[in-house]
Ligand binder design. Structure first.
Ligand SMILES: [Zn+2]
Ligand SMILES: [Zn+2]
Length: 349
């Protein structure tokens, strides 16, 4: 099969490698689309300390090409079915897995996704074929497009983030950053019955948010943003603030924009991860909750599949461009621009 192999940071080749073999409880997936994530870009640039060579791509989907003997016997999956794979290598046995917090699994960081002394590391979605345990698979119906399916993992991350809150009808929700993940937050918070405000420096992105149903927008580069959020929320700040940007300065501001009794969710990783000064006295006296959200739990992943498959959300409104995988270099350049939405690779025809 052909695969996009990252030999070293910024050095990739598209080459022929052995199609992976499958164990009895696994299936071989013929990859159809694979979204490019911010993490893939950091990975590409060598901003992560993973082992090389690597095959990136965790936002992939495809069709079942081949079933392991046990999977075949059970009869639940069939060749040709449209599927996505839950991407966390959850062990099922650690404290967090047992609690239903599979996204924090202790074993995931030790998996071959990040380090593999014997060969390839990575999620493996930037290749013509990928292997998955049948237990990790979710089936899509025949008429859902591969383009939409590629959004399962990003949407699931945002569902996990929204699930960290208890948004009530009429609550003020502030989303900081209007990229793909920010706008997915806008869409889901609207479905929860909130009044949603987006803070974003680019006008085109603010306009896009308004088109997607966002109630109010503000330009994060003009004037005192914290004050403006308070002005828009009767002086309180927002009940829920989702920070989808990596800038440490903005993370500190996010706390200041949170209303007493409110919650601020650090959705994005902070990059570079400089310590952020926070007014903890105000956190104390205003009973503010500061929390994070990373990767989807199994429950969030399942919900994302249902939402896309039933057409409750149409994530394809956030597709910037779809490239043939052989144009990987160009696709990465496009994805790395600060103003683009989701760039997707297509495998096969
Ligand atoms: Zn991702
Ligand atoms: Zn675990």
């Amino acid at each position: 099969m052909k695969a996009i192999v990252l030999n070293q940071p910024k050095d990739f080749s598209i080459k022929e490698i052995d199609t992976p073999s499958i164990a009895e409880d696994e299936v071989l997936i013929r990859v159809k689309t694979s979204g490019i994530c911010t993490n893939d870009i950091r990975d590409f640039n060598g901003d992560c300390s993973y082992s090389y060579p690597r095959i990136g791509g965790h936002e992939y989907c495809g069709v079942i090409e081949k079933l392991g003997s046990e999977v075949e016997k059970k009869g639940f999956f069939k060749k040709g079915q449209k599927v996505v794979k839950y991407i966390i290598e959850n062990c099922g046995g650690c404290y967090y897995c047992k609690r239903g917090d599979e996204n924090i699994c202790e074993e995931h960081q030790n998996s071959a996704v990040f380090h593999n002394a014997e060969g390839l590391s990575g999620y493996g979605g930037f290749a013509e074929y990928a292997v998955a345990k049948a237990d990790d698979l979710y089936i899509y119906s025949e008429d859902t497009s591969f383009e939409k399916m590629a959004f399962t993992e990003p949407l699931a991350c945002v569902i996990n983030s929204i699930s960290r809150t208890d948004i009530r009808f009429g609550d003020d929700v502030l989303v900081i950053g209007g990229g793909t993940m920010g706008l997915l937050h806008v869409i889901l918070a609207k479905l929860k019955g909130a009044r949603v405000i987006l803070s974003e420096p680019l006008k085109e992105r603010r306009d896009k948010a308004l088109n997607l149903g966002c109630d109010d927008v503000l330009d994060s580069l003009s004037g005192d943003v914290v004050k403006r959020v308070k002005d828009m929320t009767e002086g309180r700040g927002a009940q829920y603030v989702f920070n989808t940007t990596a800038n440490p300065k903005i993370a500190a501001q996010a706390v200041d924009m949170t209303s007493p009794t409110g919650t601020v969710i650090m959705f994005s990783s902070i990059h570079p991860n400089h310590p952020v000064p926070i007014n903890l006295g105000a956190v104390h006296s205003n009973q503010i909750t500061i929390t994070g959200a990373v990767s989807p739990t199994i429950a969030a992943f399942h919900q994302a599949v249902r939402m896309i498959d039933k057409g409750i959300v149409d994530p394809a409104v956030l597709t910037e461009a779809i490239y043939d995988y052989q144009d990987f270099g160009r696709a990465m350049q496009e994805a790395a621009k600060p103003d683009t939405y989701k760039v997707i690779l297509r495998f096969g025809e």
